[in-house]
Write a protein that binds this ligand. Structure first.
Ligand code: MG
Length: 265
């Protein structure tokens, strides 16, 4: 996944990446002009984008309580504004010819009678219906809830164009469960994947997130993840995600990740 405003498309291609997901930060102006610019840049580069991924202003991934308070559709104070922003991002994706939209919706409560559960389920339905008008899928990023909770939520949302962007590292970073087992459960609903690695949280620090790691150096077991994807018949792109703050380190890690993934193919 490469980010508008952070990554240079030509540089990403020089790493051996052949297609991917475009991350849209919350402060990126989504005018018709910006969409036209992206459309022509992607066409010129002959770089297929499979998903447009939205982040929102005010999101913070410092630790689990902060994620619960700030990320996705769950925080009440920003829900309306993020719904409007989501429609803009979906339409931007349509304008540049991308058939899938994804984001973190935040920590969905397990209690299906909780007002946040109900309101966010309704919002996911409205967002999905907006995407359906453009023939787009809406992929929910995994990690913040165990597989069975997400599976139940999807069933309850009951929209044919809603699926999962499966991120195996997030399951570990949030301590929600073994990603390979989760992939077995959620496989049929997986629309796209992040190939990312990470270590489990430190048990002595309540609320701490695990640490993201360069591909192959964390607890996911990338070879078994790739093997499981093959086993369940997943044929989509392997979207490398690397979140390191240092851009040079990040680019170097993505370069190594491409070579590493090719060695597993
Ligand atoms: Mg991810």
């Amino acid at each position: 996944m490469f980010w508008a405003g952070r990554d240079n498309l030509a540089e990403i291609q020089s790493l051996g990446v052949q297609c991917g997901q475009l991350g849209v930060p919350g402060d990126l102006q989504l005018t018709g002009e910006v969409a036209a610019g992206w459309k022509s840049a992607l066409q010129q580069a002959q770089f297929p984008v499979v998903t447009v991924f939205a982040a929102y202003n005010g999101e913070n991934y410092a630790d689990i309580p902060t994620v619960q308070r700030t990320v996705g559709f769950i925080p009440r104070d920003t829900r309306k504004e993020r719904e409007q922003r989501t429609y803009q991002v979906i339409d931007f994706a349509a304008a540049i010819g991308v058939g899938s939209f994804a984001c973190h919706i935040g920590f969905v409560p397990e209690d299906t009678t909780h007002p946040d559960y109900i309101d966010v389920r309704e919002m996911v339905r409205r967002v999905a219906d907006h995407g359906a008008k453009n023939k787009q899928t809406f992929a929910l990023e995994t990690g913040q809830e165990p597989a069975h909770v997400l599976q139940h939520f999807l069933k309850d949302v009951d929209r044919g164009n809603v699926g999962i962007n499966f991120d195996p590292a997030n399951m570990i970073l949030y301590g929600t469960g073994d990603p390979i087992e989760a992939l077995t459960v959620l496989g049929p609903q997986v629309v796209s994947v992040h190939v990312k690695d990470g270590d489990w949280p430190n048990r002595d620090q309540s609320g701490a997130l695990g640490a993201e790691r360069p591909l192959g150096q964390g607890a996911v077991g990338i070879p078994r993840f790739v093997a499981k994807l093959k086993e369940i018949g997943f044929r989509g792109p392997l979207n490398i995600e690397r979140e390191a703050e240092n851009q040079q380190e990040r680019i170097a890690d993505i370069r190594k990740a491409v070579t590493y993934l090719k060695s597993l193919a």
